[in-house]
Design a protein around this ligand. Structure first.
Ligand code: SF4
Length: 289
């Protein structure tokens, strides 16, 4: 059984920098993170071990300093938080900021903003939080429910699969042939790299393991992408989730991971695959004696 790691996988610079900033700030004084810094249980327990609190509502913050996550937030929310007398540290990823600027530019130029993404996702709430009118679409049914506007400006949650985003932009263009539909590609480079590397890997694999938090959007997108090229795809959070029976008759096992998955977690999953491979080889040797 050969293990094939995707050429690009795992934690992106945006998440890495946000974690480093949180750990630095925690050394300087008590800190509360607004929302999950990343959607990964291993990282969240490491932060908890440092005494960093997590609050999902600013009303529940009890420390003088709060951190906005890599996923960003709206200017309105920032202003509301500062008005409460809290010091705000922003760990917003620069590529999320690019998406914010794109959305602001579309709105400024008179486009009705449509975001391709998950309506309740923190990043999408941040992208739309300064707009009075907007729509969020995730599939063709959502596009069918859109109203017509003379100018429609489309941007995407940074972790959406670019093929899906482009497809939905085409559907919007076909549905509103008389509208000026402008698309600004805000899917981030690390997401694109992980998606295309996952395709390359899944094409060659008999089984694919995708490592990442259950609620991580980009991990779930990787699972969907891999399923288009390989029928045996498993989403695991840690090495403990890996089952030996998944690999019956598998020659090549592909491995990829979402942008919030730490290297150690990926390495432990790979080590578990190697142990399973070793156990299988030993059992085969014993049977042939
Ligand atoms: S997935 Fe992309 S946008 Fe999100 S934190 Fe990572 S690099 Fe930034």
């Amino acid at each position: 059984m050969r293990i094939l790691r995707a050429a690009h996988l795992g934690m992106c610079f945006g998440v890495r920098d946000a974690i480093a900033l949180a750990l630095d700030q925690a050394d300087a004084g008590p800190l509360t993170i607004l929302g999950d810094l990343v959607h990964n249980p291993s990282v969240l327990s490491a932060l908890e071990a440092k005494g960093i609190a997590v609050a999902h509502d600013v009303a529940h913050v009890t420390t003088p300093t709060v951190m906005v996550t890599a996923l960003g937030t709206s200017d309105r929310t920032l202003a509301r938080t500062r008005a409460l007398g809290l010091t705000v540290v922003e760990a917003t990823c620069p590529l999320v900021r690019v998406a914010h600027r794109a959305v602001a530019a579309l709105a400024r130029e008179g486009y009705h903003v449509v975001i391709v993404g998950q309506r309740d996702h923190v990043e999408v709430r941040g992208l739309t939080g300064d707009l009075d009118r907007f729509d969020v679409v995730l599939n063709e049914d959502d596009v069918l429910a859109l109203d017509e506007h003379p100018r429609i400006g489309v941007a995407a949650q940074t972790t959406q699969a670019i093929e899906k985003v482009r497809h939905l932009v085409d559907v919007i263009r076909r549905r509103f042939p008389h509208s000026d539909v402008r698309f600004l590609d805000t899917v981030c480079k690390p997401t694109k790299e992980r998606q295309s590397a996952a395709v390359e890997m899944a094409r060659q694999a008999d089984v694919v393991i995708v490592v990442g938090g259950r609620s991580s959007n980009n991990t779930r997108e990787l699972v969907k992408t891999c399923k288009r090229y390989c029928v045996r795809v498993h989403h695991v959070q840690t090495d403990a989730d890996v089952s030996p029976e998944w690999f019956d008759a598998a020659q090549v096992v592909g491995l990829t991971a979402g942008t919030s998955t730490p290297d150690e977690v990926i390495d432990r999953v790979e080590a578990r695959l190697r142990t399973i491979e070793w156990q299988r080889a030993s059992a085969a040797r014993m049977a042939s004696k």
